[in-house]
Ligand binder design. Structure first.
Ligand SMILES: CC(C)(COP(=O)(O)OP(=O)(O)OC[C@H]1O[C@@H](n2cnc3c(N)ncnc32)[C@H](O)[C@@H]1OP(=O)(O)O)[C@@H](O)C(=O)NCCC(=O)NCCS
Length: 210
């Protein structure tokens, strides 16, 4: 029997379990979460253990559904070191053009459009209704939030997070560890790590984003 184990029984985990169930490649979708045995279910899926290690073998595929980009990447690396196989989850109602690459451990949610020539790294979240236009390059553990839009040829560095409904001009660079705020209009490069917000987006130097 084929089993997919989703790591992280929160709201995002529920979304990922639903995508996996719609894809239909696995006989069983279950969660592991540190909060087990206090929590025993997440949505309609069971939480069966506190970690992948405690399942005792690696006869299953896994997906890490943790929102924090750095934590997700760390847990993903740990699970891979155990010898378990990561999967990529693409919602059946996402539109993915030809000549694209979507990394291992990445989820592409409902209503997403990814255009030709795009590369999305490992362990990313491409969230509901976002769009990534032609030739964009996304590093690892990036999160494109619901309804965010990247115009063509935009690069996004590792661990960066594009907030809900933010939009970018074409051909610009967003560095690593950059947080773009909800609704921002990004019209120039955002290279230094930090929080950028507003219309047009400006760096808010008050605090580290992560
Ligand atoms: C930008 C952001 C990270 C700032 O968070 P924060 O550092 O906790 O900031 P605060 O909420 O304390 O707000 C500080 C100031 O920035 C302003 N501000 C916050 N977010 C802003 C945004 N997106 N655009 C413009 N101004 C914003 C606040 O109004 C406040 O202004 P004031 O000092 O004049 O009162 C956060 O508001 C944000 O946009 N997060 C993205 C969330 C998201 O997309 N989630 C998706 C989940 S899937």
């Amino acid at each position: 029997m084929s089993r997919l184990v989703v790591v992280g029984a929160g709201g995002h985990g529920k979304v990922c379990a639903d995508v996996a169930t719609l894809i239909g490649n696995w006989d069983e979708v279950v969660f592991v979460d540190q909060k087990y045995p206090e929590i025993k279910s997440c949505g309609r899926w069971p939480v069966v253990a506190s970690s992948l290690e405690s399942l005792g073998d690696c006869e299953f595929s896994f997906f890490v559904a943790i929102g924090d980009n750095h934590v997700r990447a760390k847990v993903y690396a740990e699970c891979t070191e155990l010898g378990c196989s990561p999967v990529t989850l693409i919602h059946p109602n996402a539109v993915i053009a030809s000549d694209t690459q979507i990394g291992a451990g990445t989820v592409v949610c409902a209503g997403v459009a990814i255009n030709i020539g795009v590369k999305v790294g490992d362990c990313c979240i491409v969230n509901t209704g976002s769009t990534i236009d032609h030739d964009c390059l996304l590093g690892k553990a990036v999160h494109i939030s619901p309804g965010a839009h990247l115009a063509g040829e935009v690069t996004v560095g590792d661990y960066s997070w594009i907030g809900t409904g933010a939009a970018t001009k074409q051909v610009l660079r967003i560095g690593s560890d950059v947080m773009i705020g909800v609704g921002a209009a990004v019209v120039s490069d955002c290279i230094e790590p930090g929080i950028y917000a507003g219309v047009p987006a400006k760096r808010l130097s008050r605090r580290d984003p992560f």
